[in-house]
Design a binder for this molecule. Structure first.
Ligand SMILES: *[C@@H]1O[C@H](CO)[C@@H](O)[C@H](O)[C@H]1NC(C)=O
Ligand SMILES: *[C@@H]1O[C@H](CO)[C@@H](O)[C@H](O)[C@H]1NC(C)=O
Ligand SMILES: *[C@@H]1O[C@H](CO)[C@@H](O)[C@H](O)[C@H]1NC(C)=O
Ligand SMILES: *[C@@H]1O[C@H](CO)[C@@H](O)[C@H](O)[C@H]1NC(C)=O
Ligand SMILES: *[C@@H]1O[C@H](CO)[C@@H](O)[C@H](O)[C@H]1NC(C)=O
Ligand SMILES: *[C@@H]1O[C@H](CO)[C@@H](O)[C@H](O)[C@H]1NC(C)=O
Ligand SMILES: *[C@@H]1O[C@H](CO)[C@@H](O)[C@H](O)[C@H]1NC(C)=O
Ligand SMILES: *[C@@H]1O[C@H](CO)[C@@H](O)[C@H](O)[C@H]1NC(C)=O
Ligand SMILES: *[C@@H]1O[C@H](CO)[C@@H](O)[C@H](O)[C@H]1NC(C)=O
Ligand SMILES: *[C@@H]1O[C@H](CO)[C@@H](O)[C@H](O)[C@H]1NC(C)=O
Ligand SMILES: *[C@@H]1O[C@H](CO)[C@@H](O)[C@H](O)[C@H]1NC(C)=O
Length: 753
């Protein structure tokens, strides 16, 4: 069975049962029926993980739809901006290369040859191929995963903590750390293997950060993410029939893995793997999402929203944006901390709140004005667990902290044929229609010269200027663009907010506190602070080893795009082509495949998680050749969580203050102090253009045009008079780390803290 080689490197041989061979025989084929009977008779509270896995193993892989699924997927994957860099990464990228397209071709070929013994094996291979991109914007979870969740309570609440913040951490059950009666005992092995390497591999396989320490941190619960994300505790993939932990005192403990049905799944009539396929994997016969189940006791635990930080052990905030409290301001108590203010931002979005942005803007403004009144001098910005959100929120925060400082912004997109065709069809529309389309679509606003500028602030004149290929890493990309403008929100520094209060905190008095999982909008904000303002960073957690850690380890692309958006625009584009022969030709090609959107129909959750790609690469001012996703940017210092810190953020903030200003030599982990680099040179491609020179010249634009002001990276590109005053424009909802939330927020049902 093909899952064997895939799972073994993660779980180790001892963790994996002898694979059930050929499908649809004996016990295996009866597994689904057995679960179905239990559901109907309400006998079993849960199924054993192995039984559910046997059931999945009996679901046939039907070659024709499998090949169609991969074909559809490949059309969407064309839009993923990092393919060439993943296949052939630069030295600064710390993770293994992966040929996404080649791997999908292999999967298709294997399916054609009947090489998958089950639909589950086939879809696991797809999932793992995408996971290997380590990109929180790049995910597709197909339909076989919409039925079961596997969980193991023994893995819940495992944390990685140090005795004092700088000695190496060990793994513990969080509950044992709280016991006053018995000393906690560390976990040394998982399924007989060294626990650290086991969890490092697990994080690498499933955590979707582009940095090993960030992947490590994503596994564990912490005050800003109480659910944690340990796949051993809760996951749609089967990771073994049981979990065995070995402790430092020599004891071992084993716990069986259980399977539960996801909410709304009706399993009462599934008598075989074929029934399973027809019910859950065939968009022609599935009647949408099954009606709310309630049949049987195989149920997931009640769903959990991310716990409101205000319910955790946060001190009383001076400012809070909402009940959910994703943005909170604090003044720190205690001798030596009187001048310290803390801004804790666990997310740049709140999905349910349409007024998120204005509330965020108000909260930051109120926090700064109260800090000014209280004569605060130093600022800790806590970005732990921040996987992004609204790009505008990131630009807004920077604009309030450093009013008047230009926000550097450079992005590009993979120049696929389907993208170019959509752009040209759009450009052929009457201008008023173009404007309407662009205003309505976060996809189209990146493809149209209307209101789109290059990083220097020059407006694009034509679609062809945007589509002039830039070759990077052997692949073709659009011209570099700035974040498109967004109507409806007045960013600080513009409009009637053109004259904000001056900066309160000096750059050297601000530190960014991250746990490496900072992704998407969080990376955009962080890099504005690091590159434009020379602000330092301190990171917490990571693998149990000395030395530095990256501060920004989540996805560093600057826009996520769902398969449904791409599919919708593709269908619309084809419908706009008046020449019937041409429309027919487009329909028969890749644009037609996108428009049909078969992959969307095959997603486990077509509505809220239809699949997504990273649309735009983001670039540092100093490097137009390598997307930020592939650069290495260490934090200036790093420390570890102590047991008390897990649920007491104030201790983390105080330690961050100590490590940044009080005594870095004492408080930073050995070998983790890295000097800030203040004097990188602005890349020639991003330097101000001489009039009429260099336009559209791709990677070489502007070289040799010395204008004497392009050097100081901390100031960004010098302002020209005819440039927009601020390039700080963003777009709603363009930067969530969907993947992480798919597995953490949506699925996790247990509060650990
Ligand atoms: C756990 O699973 C392993 C691998 O399948 C098996 O060998 C072992 O007997 C199981 N242990 C328990 C206690 O169930
Ligand atoms: C495709 O499969 C072949 C045979 O298993 C393997 O040698 C090759 O490396 C695979 N290519 C990719 C891109 O995964
Ligand atoms: C060893 O530690 C584990 C985990 O704390 C505990 O459950 C077990 O009782 C301990 N065994 C002994 C012999 O103390
Ligand atoms: C793009 O348009 C050209 C010209 O109509 C056509 O030949 C090509 O097949 C199209 N490609 C896609 C992916 O739609
Ligand atoms: C638009 O045209 C002007 C005038 O030719 C040129 O200076 C400018 O660079 C062009 N914009 C872009 C983004 O190339
Ligand atoms: C940037 O910060 C570092 C560390 O605080 C400092 O040494 C350096 O002088 C600063 N550079 C500028 C240009 O402010
Ligand atoms: C695209 O989405 C819009 C808004 O949801 C919808 O009105 C329209 O019908 C869709 N178009 C296509 C071609 O699916
Ligand atoms: C910070 O440093 C002060 C002075 O060395 C020390 O008393 C305090 O315990 C430290 N706090 C933390 C949380 O590390
Ligand atoms: C933590 O403990 C280690 C070993 O006892 C010691 O070397 C280190 O200085 C301590 N760190 C702090 C911040 O006190
Ligand atoms: C600064 O540059 C040096 C040399 O290129 C590099 O080793 C170091 O990691 C950089 N520091 C940061 C914080 O990026
Ligand atoms: C612009 O591109 C052309 C052709 O690619 C090249 O010959 C020319 O040297 C480039 N100009 C600059 C200023 O780089």
């Amino acid at each position: 069975m093909l899952w064997w080689p895939l799972i073994v490197p993660i779980l180790g041989v001892s963790a994996v049962p002898a694979p059930q061979s050929s499908p649809a025989t004996g016990q295996t084929s009866a597994a689904c029926a057995q679960i179905s009977r239990a559901v109907r008779s309400q006998l079993a509270p849960q199924s054993s993980g192995s039984l559910a896995f046997d059931c999945l193993g009996s679901v046939p892989n039907r070659p024709q739809p499998a090949v169609k699924l991969v074909e559809s997927l490949k059309a969407f994957v064309q839009w993923q901006s990092t393919l060439a860099f993943l296949k052939n990464p630069p030295q600064s990228y710390m993770l293994p290369p992966v040929d996404i397209q080649g791997s999908l071709d292999n999967i298709s070929a294997t399916a054609t040859a009947g090489g998958f013994s089950s639909e589950y094996d086939f879809q696991v291979k797809i999932l793992q191929t995408l996971f290997a991109a380590h990109d929180g914007h790049f995910l597709f979870v197909p339909d076989v995963f919409k039925v079961f969740t596997f969980s193991n309570s023994l893995a819940e609440g495992i944390v990685s903590v140090s005795s004092n913040g700088s000695s190496l951490p060990k793994l513990y059950h969080y509950s044992t750390l709280l016991s006053v009666r018995t000393a906690p005992v560390a976990i040394t092995k998982i399924n007989g293997l060294d626990a650290t390497s086991f969890l490092t591999s697990l994080g690498s396989a499933f955590s979707l950060a582009q940095d090993a320490d960030a992947e490590w941190n994503m596994l564990f619960p912490i005050y800003s993410n109480p659910a944690g994300g340990n796949p051993l505790a809760f996951f749609p993939l089967f990771l073994g029939p049981n979990l065995t932990l070995t402790y430092e005192n020599g004891t071992t403990q084993t716990q069986q893995t259980v399977a539960t049905l996801k909410p709304g799944v009706d399993f009462s009539n599934i008598a075989s793997g074929d029934d399973f396929y027809d019910t859950f994997c065939n968009p022609d016969t599935t009647t949408g999402t099954p009606a709310a189940s309630s049949t049987g006791l195989i149920q997931t635990k009640p769903g959990l929203k991310r716990r409101s930080p205000t319910l955790a052990d946060y001190p009383p905030p001076v400012v809070q944006n909402s009940d959910e409290g994703t943005t909170m301001g604090f003044f720190v108590d205690g001798t030596g901390f009187e001048d310290v203010a803390v801004l804790a931002i666990s997310s740049f979005a709140e999905e349910t709140d349409p007024l998120y942005l204005p509330k965020f803007q108000d909260a930051v403004q109120s926090f700064l004005s109260q800090s000014r009144a209280a004569e605060k001098q130093r600022l800790v910005i806590d970005l732990t667990s921040n996987g992004g959100g609204s790009v505008l929120a990131g630009f807004e925060l920077f604009a309030q902290l450093f009013p008047g400082v230009d926000s550097f912004n450079a992005n590009d997109m993979r120049l696929t044929e389907s993208l170019a065709n959509i752009s040209r069809i759009l450009a052929a529309q009457p201008i008023q229609d173009q404007k309407t389309d662009v205003a309505a679509s976060s996809l189209l606003s990146n493809l149209s010269p209307i209101d789109l500028s290059d990083p220097q602030g020059d407006k694009f004149n034509t679609t062809d200027e945007i589509l002039t290929p830039v070759t990077l890493q052997g692949d073709q990309f659009t011209a570099y663009i700035r974040q498109p403008t967004v109507p409806g929100f007045t960013l600080t520094g513009t409009g009637d907010r053109y004259n904000p209060p001056p900066a309160l905190f000096k750059p050297e008095n601000i530190v960014l506190l991250t746990d490496g999982t900072c992704g998407s909008t969080c990376t955009i904000f962080s890099y504005l602070m690091i590159f434009q303002a020379n602000v330092t960073t301190v990171s917490v957690g990571g693998r149990p080893q000395v030395g530095p850690m990256q501060s920004v380890g989540g996805v560093e692309g600057s826009q996520v795009l769902t398969f449904s958006e791409i599919s919708n625009i593709s269908a619309t584009a084809i419908s706009l082509v008046s020449d019937q022969a041409e429309a027919k030709q487009l329909l028969a090609g890749e644009l037609g495949v996108l428009a049909e959107g078969y992959a969307v129909q095959r997603a486990a959750d077509p509505v809220s998680s239809p699949g997504s790609i990273n649309f735009r690469n983001a670039f540092a001012p100093s490097d137009s050749k390598t997307p930020l996703q592939f650069l290495y940017e260490p934090a200036n210092c790093r420390f570890f969580y102590t047991p008390q810190m897990i649920n007491t953020p104030e201790l983390v903030w105080k330690y961050a203050v100590n490590a940044t200003w009080t005594d870095p030599a004492r408080f930073c982990v050995q070998g983790s102090r890295v000097q800030a680099n203040a004097t990188k040179i602005l890349d020639p491609a991003f330097q101000a253009k001489k009039d009429g020179a260099g336009a559209g010249n791709g990677t070489d634009g502007g070289s040799g045009t010395e204008d004497g002001n392009g050097g100081a990276q901390t100031k960004g590109p010098e302002d020209d008079n005819d440039k927009p005053k601020s390039s700080a424009q963003g777009r709603f909802q363009s930067g969530n780390m969907q993947a992480v939330w798919l597995f953490v927020a949506v699925l996790v049902t247990i509060v650990y803290l």
